[in-house]
Design a binder for this molecule. Structure first.
Ligand SMILES: C[S@@+](CC[C@H](N)C(=O)[O-])C[C@H]1O[C@@H](n2cnc3c(N)ncnc32)[C@H](O)[C@@H]1O
Length: 213
């Protein structure tokens, strides 16, 4: 059962998603700049639970020589730094709607040509379908209503190049609903899902591959 604060949180973001995509982006940008008025608002860099979640996510990735990685909703770059260490040859792009979060991400993982951070909204961002690893964690529940989740799924799937891998990580059991939008994407096929329940806040790591076109 979701808690009352969780129900109110989701209702708030569903209400925001009644705005046009451009209007939603403006409000999300302001909201997440405000949320990042203090460093690391979700304690991603220090909370043992978050660190363990990152480690189990990395363990679940199919072993491949990823060259082009994008992390959507990267916040202050905590997981981006882990990706940069795990794949030292890869070009890595972190995307977030909050410029304030990205200013801290750039201090955490200096942009050196290999790692870059871009301020953009996943719902409106235009990017080439050229990534061989797309990562989206703890972000889809901010996008709100059905139509925006369909759009987000199309956007995420559209980032993948041939043979690419997409990984989504969200709280369980809500992940079952959120990841269904990715299941519905014509060019994605689900490879694995691990549900981690032996922790205070259960979560699912779902891995997709591209269907041969
Ligand atoms: C809870 S944090 C998750 C950080 C990171 N993915 C992790 O799991 O450690 C969610 C992040 O998603 C970003 N975000 C929310 N909606 C977004 C959108 N529509 N486009 C891009 N980023 C978004 C927020 O600014 C915030 O930094």
């Amino acid at each position: 059962m979701p808690s009352l604060p969780e129900i109110m949180h989701r209702a708030f973001f569903r209400a925001l998603s009644l705005l046009s995509p451009a209007g939603q982006e403006v409000v999300l940008r302001r909201y997440f700049d405000w949320r990042h008025r203090v460093p690391d608002p979700w304690r991603l860099a220090t909370d043992g639970y978050e660190q363990e979640k990152y480690r189990s996510t990395l363990r679940q990735l199919p072993a491949r020589p990823y060259r082009r990685i994008i992390e959507v909703g990267c916040s202050e770059g905590v997981f981006t730094r882990a990706l940069a260490a795990a794949y030292p040859e890869a070009e890595i792009i972190g995307v977030d709607v909050s410029e304030r979060a990205l200013a801290r991400a750039r201090r955490r993982v200096p942009e050196d040509g290999r790692v870059r951070f871009i301020r953009a909204d996943i719902l409106t961002h235009r990017a080439e379908p050229r990534f061989d690893l797309v990562f989206c964690s703890e972000t889809l529940y901010y996008l709100g209503r059905h139509e925006r989740l369909c759009r987000a799924s199309a956007q995420l799937g559209g980032l993948l190049g041939p043979g690419g891998v997409l990984v989504a990580v969200h709280p369980w059991p809500e992940a079952a609903r959120l990841h269904r939008y990715l299941d519905a994407h014509a060019s994605l096929s689900r490879l694995t899902e691990q549900v981690h329940t032996a922790c205070a806040r259960p979560f699912a790591v779902t891995v997709y591959g591209t269907r041969p076109g």
